[in-house]
Design a protein around this ligand. Structure first.
Ligand SMILES: Nc1nc2c(c(=O)[nH]1)N[C@H]1C(S)=C(S)[C@@H](COP(=O)(O)O)O[C@H]1N2
Ligand SMILES: [Mo]
Length: 401
């Protein structure tokens, strides 16, 4: 099955170009009422279902919100984000190798078989969220992909622990960081190859950072990083390098484009500045603030007066874990505690639900916020930074009774 879909991917791209697979629209099903998404077509790429198109070269595809009704996001519905084009369309496992080099005792060339058998497999359920998720909602507006809220997803990842891989190679004295590069290669010298870095101690202390080769029990879709990707639970997905091919230990802090000036936030507690201003100092973006969403009923839905409804949604943070979820139908004057669903680990989406009955006809604004284990929550008013990162305002949906 895997082989078949990969070959089909190649043929689709080769013969017709990436956007040729555009499917029909199903407007009501993906939030046409949302001004950030309005007018965007649904497209179907190989191994994926209909997703909301942001750009086709490179592929940037957004997940319709209804997929977040459940804690695990199906692979075919998982969002896609690449920075440079072309991206790999096929990988032959017979020749693919993960190179581990730089400041190490023993450079490695790992086959997929090596990855699977030489290191004990580890599993973690974790949210991948683009740093710019919800950027389209920033006011004043900022440059960059105008995402709605669907540049996120939650999956169970299985792979080798990154620290085990580095231990096998033997990190040498003087190592400061490790860089990660995938098979996507820049077509012009003016575009910098997508390479990210992590601090050596960060990797060695965290058993949950994986070189993942399984996603929700299957091989990764090509567009989500086949055959292996980095998984850095709790941190924004910019570090989760896809189609991984090179791991390099270095003796300095890596500051090429995608680490600096790219993917940086104001160097202060909120990662924010006065809207429209520039920060004096920046640092790399790292962990995700708390977020929560109401998924059912969806925005714009109709409900009946005096008929009970079950409100449902998801919440997540950077790994402290969700302590409670609260909903309000009176613009935040009072909050009702929601029930929490199964605990799939501290990095996962946490499902929540709460009973609610509309008592009057008209528009009802339902707000949701979450509190994590160290008391962090969302802000009442959106915080702002020039790159449109870290969105974590209290969310709401408007429904009609
Ligand atoms: N090789 C490679 N890996 C990458 C990127 C990329 O451009 N190339 N983009 C990163 C960013 S910014 C995000 S948000 C995630 C998106 O992961 P997904 O496409 O599986 O949802 O991949 C990360 N890994
Ligand atoms: Mo991203």
């Amino acid at each position: 099955m895997d082989r078949w879909t990969r070959r089909r991917f190649l043929i689709t791209l080769g013969a017709a170009g990436v956007s040729a697979a555009t499917a029909g629209r199903a407007p009501a099903a993906w939030g046409q009422t949302d001004p950030v998404l309005a007018g965007r077509p649904l497209v179907r790429y190989p191994e994926k279902t209909d997703l909301i198109l942001l750009t086709s070269r490179p592929a940037q595809l957004e997940t319709p919100m209804r997929y977040f009704e459940h804690a695990l996001t199906p692979n075919e519905a998982f969002f896609v984000r690449y920075h440079i084009y072309p991206t790999p369309t096929t990988v032959d496992l017979a020749t693919w190798r993960l190179h581990v080099g730089g400041l190490v005792e023993r450079p490695l060339e790992l086959s997929m078989d090596d990855l699977r058998t030489k290191f004990p497999p580890a599993a973690v359920t974790a949210v991948a969220q683009c740093s710019g998720n919800s950027r389209g909602r920033f006011t004043p507006r900022v440059l960059g992909g105008q995402w709605g809220d669907g540049a996120m997803g939650n999956a169970e990842w299985v792979g080798a622990r990154l620290r085990d891989v580095l231990k096998a190679a033997g990190v040498r004295q003087g190592a400061i960081q490790v860089t990660f590069d995938g098979l996507d290669r820049t077509p012009f010298p003016t575009v910098t190859d997508f390479v990210k870095s992590l601090d050596v101690p960060r990797i060695m202390e965290d058993p949950d950072i994986l070189v993942a080769y399984r996603m929700n029990g299957q091989a990764l879709p090509m567009l989500n990083g086949y055959p292996a990707r980095l998984v850095v639970p709790g941190w924004y997905a910019t570090y989760w390098v896809k189609n991984l091919s090179e791991i390099t230990v270095i003796d300095q802090v890596f500051e090429k484009f995608w680490m600096k000036p790219g993917y940086r936030i104001p160097d202060n507690a909120c990662g924010c500045v006065e809207p429209g201003t520039a920060p004096a100092r920046t640092v790399p973006i790292t962990r995700m603030p708390v977020r929560s969403f109401l998924i059912v009923p969806e925005s714009g839905a109709r409900v009946r007066v005096d008929e009970p409804v079950t409100l449902r949604g998801i919440a997540f943070d950077s790994g402290y874990g969700i302590r409670e979820v609260l909903v309000s139908d009176d613009r935040g004057a009072t909050w009702q505690r929601a029930g929490l669903g199964a605990d799939r680990g501290r990095y996962s989406f946490r499902e929540w639900s709460a009973p609610w009955t509309p008592r009057a006809a008209g528009t009802h604004r339902l707000m949701v916020r979450a509190v994590n284990a160290i008391g962090e929550s969302q802000s009442d008013v959106p915080l702002w930074n020039p790159a449109g990162y870290l969105r974590n305002v209290i969310e709401h949906v408007d429904i009609q009774a």
